[in-house]
Design a protein around this ligand. Sequence first.
Ligand code: UDX
Ligand code: UDX
Length: 487
Amino acid sequence: MSVKKICCIGAGYVGGPTCSVIAKECPHIRVTIVDINADRIAAWNSNELPIYEPELEDIVMSCRGKNLFFSTEVEKEIIEADLIFISVNTPTKTYGVGKGRAADLKYVEACARTIAAVSKSDKIVVEKSTVPVKAAASIQRILGANMNLDIKFQVLSNPEFLAEGTAIQNLLHPDRVLIGGEESKAGKKAIETLSEVYSNWVPKEKIITTNTWSSELSKLAANAFLAQRISSINAMSAVCEATGADVEEVANAIGMDTRIGNKFLKASVGFGGSCFQKDVLNLVYLCESLNLPKVAQYWQQVIEINNYQRKRFASGIINCLFNTVSGKKITLFGFAFKKDTGDTRESSAIYISKYLLDEGAKLAIYDPKVSRRQIISDLSHPTISTPEKVAELVTSVTDPYEACKDSHAIAVCTEWDMFKDLDYKRIFDCMLKPAFIFDGRGILPHEELNSIGFHVEAIGKTVSKGSAFMVQSNGNNILSPTSRVLP
Ligand code: UDX
Ligand code: UDX
């Protein structure tokens, strides 16, 4: 069987770009992306797509209405499709057993139930969403409960490894495509059918097949390893600040060892995004459920260090600003969780804002791709701050120079390239003195800023003399009695 019609349920950051690329590379396949959110579908059908991703717009515009469609008619499109991607969100549970750690599979289950209820022909059902190991078994059981015994469903696991901001390039040139399925004859046939779709543009040797559980676990493992590298280099950044070592030099030195490799070694304000924290917590929960508490604790530390790094950065700002930020204007450069995206989910900037707002700071936030509405909504979340406090203390500014006017300090939270090229002399002149810059992403020209007159602090290195950031001038670290650490 070769695929003629694909339906993707979930028009989000994963489903949207993935299926747009499939449509581009497979003009002979009709691809429809469905979603229960009518506003989102309307946006996909408009000139202003609901997500920002470099190169995405060109692809959507060239395929939309030809072999790429966006629709809210979920059931109709399921009935017509040979192959269905489930690409709905699997957020961390906020209630009941596993609250705060386990993945909430209610949307995935709802999709499986709808597919079971409305299907009139055989289908391949593909888990694209990141799920705990063995989720495919639950989907298969629900589908198997379809009363029409003539219909056959095959469930495959085909996790997505794209990173936001580079989604299209990742999809066009993937390191690998992973497909997991049953070892039965029908399972192998389904794997082959999906492989055929990808082989329209992905070299055969990059399409790897495994059993279902390996595929599901590989996705969690990949994200856990990547997150762990960031926590490892961030943990080292604290050691650097306490010793005079420079984290960039350390990263360069260890990254040249081909066994370690040089990617994902950038010290930062901590990782954000919708996946890393969710998937590591999901893995922790899985290990606990499997009665592997030591393994669970090991992965939990990746999250602990990430939280520690965010607090450490905010504490450093407060320490430097003479131990109080109350009523002081602080400019945040960047609010998205990384550059080249407008996505703010789990962005470290949210948590840094929270710590500074708790201390009464006034925040002027500038991000080239995040809307004022999004910033206010993120900071007004009950776990972060109150709408009243946000209205009183937060302004979102559309011009970076304006954002710095009369400010005590700038904190770089997102590594947007444009921050490297601003006129810092002009910025310095309009700030209060001493003017501080806290480079949470290690992207600014520190020496140049120093010579303009800024007091510069950067994660994992000592730039300005008499640093009071993480390291006190007497050489004690953040835990010294003279420095403040947030609770
Ligand atoms: C999601 C998951 O979070 C991630 O675990 C997985 O790897 C891929 O899918 P993302 O695409 O970023 O990632 O999520 P999101 O942008 O929230 O999109 C999910 C979409 O599914 C939403 O537009 C939502 O409206 C839709 N949805 C959800 C349905 O269409 N039906 C449902 O029953 C539930
Ligand atoms: C990640 C995985 O990379 C991707 O394979 C998976 O499918 C989804 O989760 P994403 O979250 O979109 O992708 O972005 P990524 O580039 O991995 O960055 C995640 C976070 O880590 C960002 O906040 C980023 O700024 C941070 N990061 C990344 C660092 O702090 N240092 C680094 O060296 C790399």
